[in-house]
Design a protein around this ligand. Sequence first.
Ligand code: ZN
Length: 133
Amino acid sequence: MAFNNLQQGRRRLLFWQEELLNEFCQSQGLVLDIGFDALEPLFGDICPVHRVPLERARVPVVHKGRWAPPLDVIEARRERFPFANFVVEGGCVVVAGEEDYAETSYCDRCRVELIEWNRGRKEPYGLPPEDFD
Ligand SMILES: [Zn+2]
C-alpha cells in the first residue's frame, strides 16, 4: 500500500488507503487503533499512482516568480505524475548562496508519463532544463 501522499501536505490516509487498510484489518481480525504518524514509517516511499518504489536524485531548483500552475497542470500532476520531480520548484526569491540543486524523490514511471503529457503542449511543464542531464 502506498502511504506517502502525506508528503504533499496531507497528514492522513486517502480514502482508498483507508479502505485497503480496513479490509486488511478485518480479514486478519485486527482492530487498528493507531494514528497516521505511527503508520507512516512502516511503509516505504511508493508512488501513489504507479505503486512502485521512489528513487532519490539531485535535481535543479527552478525559480518561477509568482507563477502558479494552471488547474489542468495541477490535476494532471496529481493523477498522472505526482512524483516526476525532474525539478524542484524554489521560492520566488533567489537567495545568494542558496543551492541550485536539491535532493528529492522521484518515480521513473511518472517521468515517462510527464514527458508524454508534455508532447505538443505550448508551454511545457516540469521538464528538466535543457542543460541538465
Ligand atoms: Zn509514479
